[in-house]
Design a protein around this ligand. Sequence first.
Ligand SMILES: C[S@@+](CC[C@H](N)C(=O)[O-])C[C@H]1O[C@@H](n2cnc3c(N)ncnc32)[C@H](O)[C@@H]1O
Length: 497
Amino acid sequence: MSSPASSARSSLLQRASLPPANPGMSFPLDKSKFEVGFTTLAARVPASRSREVRDNKIIQGSFLSIPRFSSYVVDPQNPKEKRLILLDTPEKDELTSEVLSELELAAGHPLDLLPYSFTLGFDHWTTSDLMDSILPLELRDGAPTAFTFAGHLAHMNLKDNYLPYKYQIGEIVLHKNTTLRTVVNKLDTIDNEFRFFKMEVIAGETDFLVNTIESGCKFTFDFSTVYWNSRLSTEHDRLISLFQPGQLVADVFAGVGPFAVPAAKKRCLVLGNDLNPSSAEWMQKNRVANKVEKSLTVSNIDGRLFIHQTPLQSYLHPFPALAPPAPKRVRTSKTSTANATNSSTPSSPPKAPAPALAPTPSPLFVSHYVMNLPGSALEFLDAFRGSYTPLLSVQKEGGAEGERLTVEEVEMPLVHVHCFSKFEGEEAESDVAERASESLGFPISRASTPDFSLKEVRRVAPKKLMFCVTFRLPREVAFATERVWSPLDPVKESHGH
Ligand SMILES: C[S@@+](CC[C@H](N)C(=O)[O-])C[C@H]1O[C@@H](n2cnc3c(N)ncnc32)[C@H](O)[C@@H]1O
């Protein structure tokens, strides 16, 4: 039901949600220019009855309600005995008779209503209000309020037409998000080989050293020299949840370790690789910071070479067996203590000491390959061709002298490859399967390949989706005799879309 009072309320709030227009305001922002004065009605109530008034459901609907602004203030004229309850209209006539009589009942007769003036400033407006205020009318639609966090740093991707306002935009983002110290704008598309981008600081400190937490692990890295994307945290967690403790995981494009470090923390044995020396260096530091030195090794070689050599390397040089996890401390409750001391209680036999746990045996075969380089990871699949063939010529572990492994004895890994596609649904699946098949030199599909699945990870642009295709590596590929790629080949260009 609409009443004069309710239309007055909405008009006050409407005014309160719009800071004055300051289009093209120069940098640094003059915060006083965002102030707006308002006058509204206040009901003077005895301090002793103010709670009663505030809790009254009928009156509550007429209170002034503005985020980060209190509608309940001490009366400056009688601070000891009186309080002011701010109402959502400047006109008494706009309050319903029901509200007025409830106010009288709760606050006393005659009702003491007075004008109350206040100012809303920079801190009261939302990011989007402030953007609207500083941008010219034609740029307000689609104003850049979205950004991605990495620790204290926010990165934005401003379109060309917003660049003249980049410092103002940066300052608004910095001030409205108290955990931020630095706001950067990407200067190019993420096109370089190592997937980090050139950036420019548009607000705050020039500090690219990020400390953050993901999947329960601590990560530190220089954001200006490595790849990091907090939006992938769900995908990181999804794959990590597929890895079982004791399995060997090979991360071909590991970055600073968002798959590798948490996987090692959950007692997988992990080979983390990245061609970017800076990523490998920070992964190494994150390995130490998270105390996973025994379950994670770091390498800094091309992904194709890494794929090619891991089957044999991990068979010949497995991780040392991991010590069993420390037994969990069992807190003795009062009841169980009482039972333990009461030898006459037949239902509580003394607990046998926990059996000693055996060390986790070292896996000889990789169970999971992770390949998150969506622009070109599918092309790297050619390196799997024949990569397992050398295993057939080595002495079988634990076998008789000269005994060799058979093809069937070798565990085939699950391969998780991230990629982009402009298609969706079934079309995306055919597109990805076709490109993967071409690279593997062998057809793979949901129908023909064990454990085949396609997961949509996220939309990166209106016509560009990121996927993760998972499949069991076919033995025909792993033990192929002819290769399409050799370690002696020159390193291929690895970037692209
Ligand atoms: C998209 S990032 C993924 C990083 C990390 N796995 C993650 O999920 O955040 C891809 C990584 O591949 C690395 N890279 C690019 N080309 C490579 C290559 N030829 N061999 C190995 N690593 C490569 C880049 O340095 C970058 O760290």
